[in-house]
Design a protein around this ligand. Structure first.
Ligand SMILES: Cc1ncc(COP(=O)(O)O)c(C=O)c1O
Length: 398
């Protein structure tokens, strides 16, 4: 029977449009080269290079020592939900009832749940192109359509009212944005959020704002979308600013009307987020932790300044400043019109790993790459030297 089609192992139709995450392929290749003894500077990885802050680690160890190994309630530890509510009032001056806050396995868990909760097959969700690639797939896995809106420096790589007017369709049911965004590091300020929120009100469409890079911002007064409207769905995470990627812990906030449905889906999709991670995260907002996280933020800002200056000097186009997150989305028009080949050549010949624009959408994806400054200044200086050699080598274009 070998050679007969194996229907039982045929993957579902809904997987047809789900693309691999190319950054993981770059990372794998970089690790293989390292195993062969090559030195690689990692500018591809979207996670902080710092180990989780000591007070959080200590709280995690204590939770294990105390035998806290059972499930928590599906929505999360009540004391953690309260702590997150305090974070909103302290940091943003906005009151959020803890009942509206759900703790999840990463922002990924939150986005999966929200897509399943809000979208019917055939619905559309507007999102930026370029944007965080997994969002398209969360939407597609719910049977809905990712409605990609090409964005450029002209709108700070964010959605605007006129873009919503132009790209909205009769089946549009959601608008998903990220501030600060990945891969561009640009933000939405209060007035811009208000405009998007108004458009969504007028079109009976939900607005979801991914604030996973909040805290890692380099501007004054970055607002939470919850300050603008309690009807906005907000996603956040302990991964980035709080430096807890591997603990797999995030949260989302919903309006009262969606609390019951959120509970039911949380119970069914993952029962609860990791218990030890939740106990550890109770220390994430304390002043001694904040001091460490703020120092790290400062260091990210220095890296951003350094790398941005180097890239511009070498001829990359950096059309918008990185306002948050740890990415620079740079144009490579001067060197190549094939970002995948560019990234491959840069890695293979010069030992610098970066992510091609093709990971983040279709719009101008061949002439952009993403640099993640998730490595220290020493490594960045090595990267700068290698990039200088690379752009002068003629090996980066086909
Ligand atoms: C914009 C954005 N949203 C969500 C996520 C998912 O993060 P996590 O599941 O680690 O919280 C990421 C990860 O890189 C991201 O960049």
């Amino acid at each position: 029977m070998s050679g007969a089609p194996k229907i039982r192992f045929k993957t579902a139709e809904r997987l047809r449009d789900i693309n691999p995450f190319r950054v993981m392929t770059v990372l794998e290749r970089a690790r293989t080269l390292e195993a062969q003894g090559r030195s690689i500077v990692h500018l591809e990885v979207g996670e902080p290079d710092f180990v989780t802050a000591p007070p959080i680690l200590k709280a995690g160890r204590a939770a294990l020592a105390q035998g806290r190994t059972g499930y928590t309630p599906a929505a999360g530890l009540p004391q953690l939900r309260e702590r997150i509510a305090v974070y909103y009032s302290d940091r943003h001056g906005v009151t959020v009832a803890p009942e509206r806050i759900f703790v999840t396995p990463g922002a990924s868990g939150a986005l999966t749940l929200l897509a399943q909760m809000l979208l019917n097959p055939g619905d559309g969700v507007l999102m930026t192109d370029p944007g965080y690639p997994c969002n398209r797939n969360f939407v597609r896995l719910a049977g809905a359509e990712a409605q990609l809106v090409p964005v450029s420096a002209a709108s700070n790589f964010q959605l605007t009212r006129s873009l919503l007017e132009r790209y909205g369709r009769p089946n549009t049911r959601g608008v998903w944005v990220a501030s600060p965004g990945n891969p561009t590091g640009t933000v939405l300020m209060a007035e811009e959020l208000r405009t998007l929120s108004q458009w969504c009100d007028e079109h009976d469409t939900h607005l979801l704002v991914d604030e996973i890079y909040h805290g890692l911002d380099y501007i004054e007064g970055l607002p939470s979308a919850l300050q603008i409207s309690a009807d906005t769905l907000v996603v956040n995470s302990f991964s980035k600013y709080f430096g807890m990627t591997g603990w797999r812990l995030g949260w989302f906030v919903v309006p009262d009307a969606l609390v019951a449905a959120s509970n039911i889906l949380a119970q069914n999709l993952f029962i609860a987020a990791s218990t030890v991670a939740q106990y550890a995260a109770l220390r994430a907002f304390d002043p001694d932790t904040t001091e460490i996280l703020e120092q790290r933020r400062h260091e990210f800002a220095q890296r951003r300044d350094f790398l941005s200056a180097v890239l511009q000097e070498l001829g990359f186009s950096v059309l918008v400043p990185t306002q948050g997150a740890f990415y620079i989305y740079a144009g490579i028009e001067k060197f190549s019109d094939d970002s995948e080949h560019f990234c491959q050549a840069l890695l293979e010949h010069f030992g610098v790993a970066v992510t091609p624009g093709t990971d983040f959408g279709n719009h101008e994806n061949r002439t952009h790459v993403r640099f993640a400054f998730t490595t220290g200044m020493e490594q960045l200086q090595i990267a700068a030297e290698r990039l200088r050699t690379a752009v002068n080598s003629g090996k980066l274009s086909r």
